[in-house]
Structure formats: C-alpha cells, structure tokens
Design a protein around this ligand. Structure first.
Ligand code: ZN
Length: 261
C-alpha cells in the first residue's frame, strides 16, 4: 500500500488546490478488524468528507460482512478527490462525474490477490446526504470485497444488483415499484440518465426478489457461480440454485414486483 499511496499522493501541478494533501492519513478499525486508511488529495471539502466517511464505514462494512462473509481484503483505503483531474488520476479509466468508484491497480483472480485496491470519491461526493453516502460506501465496498471473486466479464445486472442489494435499504411497502420487463443488459449500465438509474433499479429489484424468495445465501451462491472467475452462464446457475427455468423465474419476478410485500 505504500507504493500505491505514493502514487496517489503525487502532486498534481495541473490542478492547484487551496489546501495541501493531508500530512498524516487518519486510520481507524472497522468490522472484523479491518484497517481503514483515509487519504485526502487536498482541497477545501475532502477532510470534512472523510470525517463523514469514517463515521459511516462501520455500518457499510457490517452490511458487506453480513452478506458476503469476512474473507476479503483486510485493508480498506478510501481516497477523497477535489477535482476531476485528481479523480481521473486516482481512478484511471473510471467515467467522470461518478460519486465514487472501487478500483485496483492489478487483480490476479487465480491467486485471489488484488493490489492497490481503493475506493475513490469524486469531487462532488461531499454534496451527498449522509443517507446517500452510506449507500454509496456500502455499494463500492461490496465491489471491493468481491473483487477477487469477480470475473472481468461478469454480468453487470448481477454485480451491480448484488452491490445495491447489500447497500440500499428495501423500499417501504407503500412505495410502488415499476413492473420490470427484463433484466438490464450490460450496455444499459453505460447509458446516460435516466436509463442508467432504471438499469440499477431493475438489477436491484431482481436481487431483492431472489433473496426474498430463495434467501440471501442463494443470492450469494448465484454471484459466486455466475460472476466468479470460473463462472458458468447465469441461466445455468439460476436453474441450479432456484430449481426454476429462467423464463419462469422472470415471470415470478414481475409478479413479485407488482404485488404487495
Ligand atoms: Zn457498482
């Protein structure tokens, strides 16, 4: 992590900040004895944001450990950025404008090792409410925890749906849900709003349906079989785990979405 931190803290001459990077990154312990490192790249808002992150990370970690277990990276690094340039440098390849993203410098799925893992907060992340920040942290932390159990070409309805299942509270029973037509395609997660939010909502809804009907353990098993390094087609994993044909399952999902719960 020393090397990664050195890279992350490299002064960015093209984006002058009004405050220097924090001299001593704060540390805390969350969940099953995990060490948290909070890094500010400078700016007016990042220190206050990281204080809020420190307050929320315990709950976010508990949610991830409850669902996924505790066999994942013992070190959690969160980097706060103050400009699009800083964000692009700390999270190479991530789309601009994101609230947060979980990245790694290198992932070796055979050895289950990811190096340089970090959650990078976007320059506008400080505008989020506490509730929104809590969801974003838990969502990204699930990606972080599952990184070495996630194939690069895993279906995104499954990776994003499970991350949202872990992070987003279930809606109240009085909140009407639109009845979905089909699972979102991978490309739907690259579309602009409002299609993007609809893709996440459908993925989240399907994950909640599976957990509601078959239990959270079945959802976790689906992730391991259909999103993991040795993944099988999702249709096969769904059939094995639920005992239902995928077409019938989607029909049940639509009925579940339309009905009271
Ligand atoms: Zn995600």
């Amino acid at each position: 992590m020393v090397a990664a931190a050195a890279v992350l803290l490299r002064p960015d001459a093209s984006a002058p900040s009004s405050a220097p990077p924090s001299a001593a990154p704060a540390e805390l312990i969350v969940g099953d004895g995990r060490t948290v490192t909070l890094l500010s790249l400078g700016g007016d808002d990042t220190d206050a944001l990281l204080d809020r992150v420190a307050a929320e990370l315990g709950e976010a970690t508990a949610r991830v450990e409850d669902f996924w277990g505790t066999d994942w990276n013992r070190e959690i690094t969160v980097v706060a950025t103050d400009s699009p340039t800083q964000f692009a440098a700390a999270a190479p390849g991530a789309p601009a404008g994101m609230a947060a993203v979980a990245v790694a410098d290198d992932v070796d799925l055979d050895r289950r090792v990811a190096t340089g893992q970090r959650i990078v907060l976007g320059p506008d992340a400080h505008r989020m409410s506490d509730a929104a920040l809590r969801i974003v942290l838990a969502h990204e932390l699930f990606h972080y925890a599952a990184r070495t159990d996630t194939a690069a070409d895993a279906p995104r309805w499954l990776t994003e749906g499970v991350a949202d299942y872990v992070a987003r509270p279930a809606p109240s029973a009085t909140t009407p849900s639109p009845v979905p037509s089909a699972l979102p395609a991978d490309a739907d997660f690259d579309r602009p709003e409002p299609e993007l939010s609809r893709a996440y909502d459908r993925a989240w809804m399907f994950a909640r349906f599976l957990a509601d009907r078959h239990g959270p353990a079945a959802l976790r098993e689906l992730y391991r079989r259909a999103a993991g390094p040795d993944r099988v087609p999702a249709e096969d994993a769904l059939r094995e785990i639920t005992g239902a044909e995928p077409a019938a399952l989607l029909q049940q999902w639509r009925q579940w979405s339309a009905g009271p719960r």
